[in-house]
Design a protein around this ligand. Structure first.
Ligand code: ADP
Ligand code: MG
Length: 607
């Protein structure tokens, strides 16, 4: 019987080996960009045609190669970056296996042009199917240009396996983003089918993010920074309202390498707990620097996965610092305020002459607050507020108006609606409130606004342990199952602080004699049961304390019903109360309450 074991021809062996490195056009982008970085380039251009299926080219101004090195660089395991295998994460270069170019040449047509800075002429090599076809001196700028054409031209099965252009382009963009984000100090240009799609000059990380993702990120990012002995974290996170329904824009770099870590991703996302609607993912670009000793080097470093010696420590730190950053920035409205720190004076204001501007503390807003409605209809809601306004423990004198608490520090960023004429505010579809503001118009979700107001009101009641009660004319009896009953008993004190007046009857029945005054007008027997349901739901899905949960659940269950018609003074009062909140921007669940359409936005919509 003849021997059947044979060595594979080199070409085939190389093609198979290439499979690990080159899976799709995006792999070319990754490898070539990383080589350019390793060559210490400061300007890098990426050119892609037909989603990389026809052409991927990377041009750099890095150190270039001699003729011999250029020839060698296409051989398998040829690398100038030899390092010992056990400290791979100590590597300062991206590549280290000397496999990329050889793999690429096995499955595509490659033209390499390279020149050392100190040389007059460069080298041009043309190669395909692992074979050098031509090598000659050439006039070219210092640095290196690698052009890869017709990927998998010689492996039809794999070429057919490529996905649609849109899909391949997505992978390419992703690789480009990772490199461009990791190195904001380097200039990048990206051309697609002869059109420049990105031009990123060298700069700061924040500028890089804006260049890549768009100007709106200026308003949507919050800085994140934490330094400890063995561990540093820095970067940017997206404010909750910039969260998207896809996981896309999440970047974590460990020692400047892009890493995919479900564990740390979890640390980031749980820091947003309660600020994001379900199914939304926050934006982040975070850089973790850690002593390489703290990383498990058994994990293959070319894979975008990693293990930490002390995972919990890293997790805790990431979560805490994202949380802190959210806390610091949450109160900043994500609005385009930087150019306009003062408030417009209403036309009819007595001080309004000469176009003079006043600040928030001025009478202007005080007057606006003066238009608080008389009690009527559902605006009983404001009963407690008005009472408080006239009471002794009022936080501010009638004419000096400050936005309370944390928002104070950022008052320069706040913009209040103008009460310029009788037309405003306007209710849209019994759902939204439209108001004129200095930079354009403000669109406000009435239900969300009300939920925020109630939530903070309930929180105050829980803190002070004395929410006002309105006694019911007809006390209602609620029959509870034993589980719910004991839960209610556990938070009896808090419920009373909110303003519930309850009495136990029999084994598990509850008589409700009075309810929180703020919600008395909207109270019906579904509220209490709804409150318990919501409380339980939150308990299972969030990690918030009992009090916050109660305040949230009650606010959610007693907020304005959808489709409530509001009168002008009710709307004004609602807006007024909203901006007296500590955090008017979001509902307790993280939904944005209002948005400002400034003139730029309006113009761009109408273009
Ligand atoms: P690795 O990056 O793992 O070393 P590659 O196959 O990607 O392996 O590259 C092989 C060698 O070719 C590199 O070690 C480097 O010396 C050289 N090289 C590749 N690309 C460039 C470039 N753009 N500029 C200068 N040298 C390069
Ligand atoms: Mg490489």
């Amino acid at each position: 019987m003849p021997d059947i074991v044979r060595l594979l021809p080199d070409v085939v062996a190389n093609q198979i080996a290439a499979g690990e490195v080159v899976q799709r056009p995006a792999s070319l982008v990754k490898e070539l960009l990383e080589n350019a970085l390793d060559a210490e380039a400061t300007e890098i251009s990426l050119v892609v045609k037909d989603a990389g299926k026809q052409l991927v080219q990377v041009i750099d101004n890095g150190k270039g190669m001699s003729a011999t090195d250029a020839r060698m660089s296409l051989e398998r395991h040829a690398t100038s970056k030899i390092q010992s295998a056990d400290d791979l994460f100590n590597l300062r270069t991206m590549g280290f296996r000397g496999e990329a170019l050889a793999s690429i040449v096995a499955v595509a047509q490659v033209e390499l042009r390279t020149r050392l800075h100190e040389e007059e002429v460069g080298t041009c090599i043309i190669a395909e199917s692992s074979e050098v076809k031509k090598q000659e001196p050439v006039a070219c700028p210092p640095g290196t240009s690698v052009t890869v054409k017709n990927l998998f031209y010689n492996v039809p099965a794999r070429r057919n396996f490529l996905k649609s252009n849109a899909r391949e382009m997505m992978h390419i963009n992703e690789e480009f983003y990772r490199v461009a984000l990791a190195r904001p100090d380097i200039g990048f240009s990206f051309y697609q089918n002869d059109m420049q799609v990105h031009h990123c000059p060298p700069g700061k990380l924040s500028q890089r993010i804006v260049h890549l993702f768009g100007a709106q990120y200026k308003e949507q990012m919050a800085a994140c920074k934490e330094e400890t002995m063995h561990l540093n974290l820095k970067g940017y996170i997206g404010k909750p309202e910039s969260a998207k329904k896809s996981r896309g824009e999440q970047y974590l770099f460990v020692n400047n390498r892009f890493i995919r870590s479900n564990y740390l991703n979890h640390a980031v996302t749980t820091a947003y707990e309660g600020l994001l609607p379900e199914g939304y993912f926050p934006f982040y670009v975070l850089f973790l620097s850690i002593d390489p000793k703290e990383i498990d080097v058994n994990v293959h470093p070319t894979k975008t996965e990693i293990k930490f010696t002390d995972e919990k420590l890293v997790y805790g730190m990431v979560r805490a610092s994202v949380k802190q950053s959210l806390g610091l920035h949450q109160i900043t409205p994500a609005l385009d305020f930087h150019s306009d720190i003062n408030f417009h004076i209403p036309k009819h204001s007595p001080q309004g002459s000469g176009g003079m501007r006043q600040t928030l503390q001025d009478r202007d807003y005080g007057q606006m607050r003066g238009v608080r409605p008389q009690q009527e209809g559902w605006s009983r809601l404001y009963e407690e507020t008005r009472d408080k306004d006239t009471s002794q423990d009022r936080e501010m004198p009638p004419d000096v108006v400050t936005i309370p608490s944390a928002a104070n520090h950022r008052q320069d960023l706040m913009e209040m609606p103008e009460v310029t004429d009788q037309q405003w505010p306007v209710q849209l579809h019994k759902k939204y409130i439209l108001m004129q503001v200095r930079s354009g118009m403000m669109l406000l979700d009435q239900q969300a606004a009300h939920e925020r107001i109630l939530f903070e009101q309930f929180q105050r009641a829980l803190e002070k342990r004395k929410g006002p009660t309105q006694q019911s004319l007809f006390p209602e009896t609620i029959q509870l199952n034993p589980g719910d009953f004991s839960m209610v008993m556990e938070m009896k004190e808090e419920l009373e602080a909110l303003g519930f007046d309850m009495e136990v009857m029999g084994k598990t029945d509850l008589v409700i004699n009075g309810v929180p005054a703020d919600i008395a007008a909207n109270y019906d027997r579904t509220v209490f049961e709804g409150l318990l349901e919501q409380f339980k739901h939150n308990q299972n899905t969030l990690t918030i304390g009992k009090r916050e949960n109660l305040a949230r659940s009650l606010a959610k269950k007693t907020t304005l019903k959808a489709g409530s018609t509001l009168e002008k003074k009710e709307m004004t009062a609602l807006v007024d109360r909203l901006f007296a909140c500590n955090n008017p921007n979001y509902t307790p669940g993280g939904k944005p309450v209002f948005s400002i359409l400034d003139f730029n936005k309006i113009e761009s919509i109408l273009k």
